[in-house]
Design a binder for this molecule. Structure first.
Ligand SMILES: C[S@@+](CC[C@H](N)C(=O)[O-])C[C@H]1O[C@@H](n2cnc3c(N)ncnc32)[C@H](O)[C@@H]1O
Length: 317
C-alpha cells in the first residue's frame, strides 16, 4: 500500500515541479477528472481506459484524495495519478498545452450564492486554461444537477473562440452513476450534461516554469531574542496584498524550545493555500522558514508573506 501511495498520490507541488514532464511523456493519451470526491468515476476511468491512457484526478480535499488513492490501490493500476490541489491552478500553471483528450467534471459544487461565485471551478480564467490544455478535438464534459449552472458554463465557454458547443443533454445516460449522481437522483432531481470541444490543434508545450525554485527561508540578526518572541505575537491578524497576491497571518503556536509555527493563508490570483512558517529564534538570529509538511506550492504570495514577516521584525524597534 505504501509503495502504491508513494507512486500514485502526488501533491500539486510534486506534480508541477517534478512529475509532469516524464509522466506525460510516458502515455499517449491523458484524461483528467476534476473534483473526483470518493473516486467512483476515477476508478471507473482507470479500469476502462486502458493502460496507455494516463488518468489524472485533481481534488482539493486531502481526505477525498487519500481515500480514493487507497481505493485505487486495490486495482493496482500504473496509469492513474491522484493530485491533491486546486484544479484551476494545476491546469493553468502546470499542465502542458494541447495534451489532454477529455476533462470530466461530475457534480461540482455550484456555489449558488452570488458572493461565492468566484469559488466555482469554472470561474475566471478556467475557460482559457481549458482551451489551452485540451488537444484539438478534445472534450470538456460537465455533469451537474443544476440547470442554471450548466447554462452559465455553456455561455461562458461558448464565448471562447477555441471551444465549440457540442451538446446539452437533460437526464443523459451516464457512463457511471457517482455518489452525487445517486444522491440527486434519489431526490428526484434531473441532471444536465454539457459537452464542449476544442476546435484547433495545438503543439504540445509545457507552460512556463513556475517560481518553484524561489528561496523559501531567510535569516535576520537578532539583538534580543526574548523581546522578538514577544514581538512575534503581533504578527497574528496582520495581512497584506500586492496586486492579486494576498497573505494573512492567522495564529501562532509555540514549541517548548521557544520556536513558533505561524499559520498563514495566501491567495495567488484566487488560488488559496494554508500552511505554516517556522520561526526559529537563536541567541543571535531569527530563521524564517517555510514549513514544507503540507507541500505548499512556492508561489509569489508566499515569498511576499515571508518578506512581510522579515520586514515586521526589522522595522519595529
Ligand atoms: C459535490 S462533490 C462531487 C464529487 C464527485 N465528482 C461525485 O460526483 O460524486 C465536488 C468535489 O469537487 C471537489 N472540488 C471543489 N473545488 C475543487 C477545485 N477547485 N479543484 C479540485 N477539486 C475541487 C470537492 O472537494 C468535492 O470532492
Amino acid at each position: 500500500m505504501y509503495e502504491y501511495l508513494k507512486k500514485a498520490f502526488l501533491t500539486s507541488r510534486q506534480f508541477c515541479e517534478e512529475s509532469v514532464g516524464p509522466l506525460f511523456d510516458a502515455f499517449s493519451e491523458r484524461v483528467v477528472e476534476i473534483g473526483f470526491g470518493n473516486g467512483d468515476f476515477l476508478s471507473y476511468l482507470t479500469e476502462t481506459r486502458g493502460e496507455k491512457t494516463l488518468i489524472l484526478g485533481l481534488e482539493v480535499s486531502a481526505v477525498c484524495a487519500l481515500k480514493a488513492t487507497k481505493r485505487l490501490a486495490s486495482l493496482d493500476s500504473g496509469n492513474v495519478r491522484v493530485i491533491l490541489g486546486d484544479a484551476r491552478y494545476v491546469l493553468e500553471k502546470c499542465v502542458p498545452s494541447g495534451s489532454i483528450s477529455t476533462i470530466y467534471m461530475n457534480f461540482p459544487c455550484p456555489w449558488p450564492k452570488n458572493r461565492h461565485s468566484t469559488r466555482r471551478v469554472t470561474h475566471g480564467r478556467f475557460s482559457g486554461s481549458l482551451s489551452r490544455v485540451l488537444k484539438g478535438g478534445g472534450e470538456f464534459r460537465l455533469v451537474t444537477d443544476e440547470e442554471w449552472y450548466a447554462q452559465e458554463v455553456r455561455e461562458g465557454l461558448s464565448a471562447n473562440p477555441l471551444l465549440d458547443y457540442v451538446s446539452f443533454e437533460v437526464d443523459p445516460v451516464l457512463e457511471l452513476t457517482t455518489k452525487y449522481a445517486s444522491k440527486w437522483k434519489a431526490m428526484g432531481k434531473s441532471s444536465y450534461r454539457l459537452t464542449m470541444k476544442k476546435n484547433r490543434e495545438d503543439r504540445e508545450t509545457h507552460p512556463e516554469k513556475m517560481e518553484g525554485k524561489m528561496a523559501m527561508h531567510c535569516k535576520l540578526p537578532l539583538a534580543e531574542p526574548a523581546e522578538s518572541r514577544k514581538q512575534a505575537e503581533g504578527l497574528v491578524g496582520r495581512k497584506g496584498a500586492q496586486g492579486a497576491f494576498h497573505w494573512a497571518f492567522k495564529s501562532l503556536y509555540w514549541s517548548s524550545e521557544g520556536n513558533a509555527l505561524l499559520k498563514t493563508i495566501t491567495s495567488d490570483e484566487g488560488f488559496e493555500q494554508t500552511f505554516f512558517f517556522r520561526l526559529v529564534f537563536t541567541e543571535t538570529e531569527l530563521l524564517i522558514k517555510l514549513e514544507d509538511a503540507g507541500a505548499p506550492l512556492h508561489t509569489p504570495s508566499i515569498r511576499l508573506a515571508m518578506d512581510s514577516i522579515a520586514g515586521y521584525f526589522t522595522e519595529k524597534p
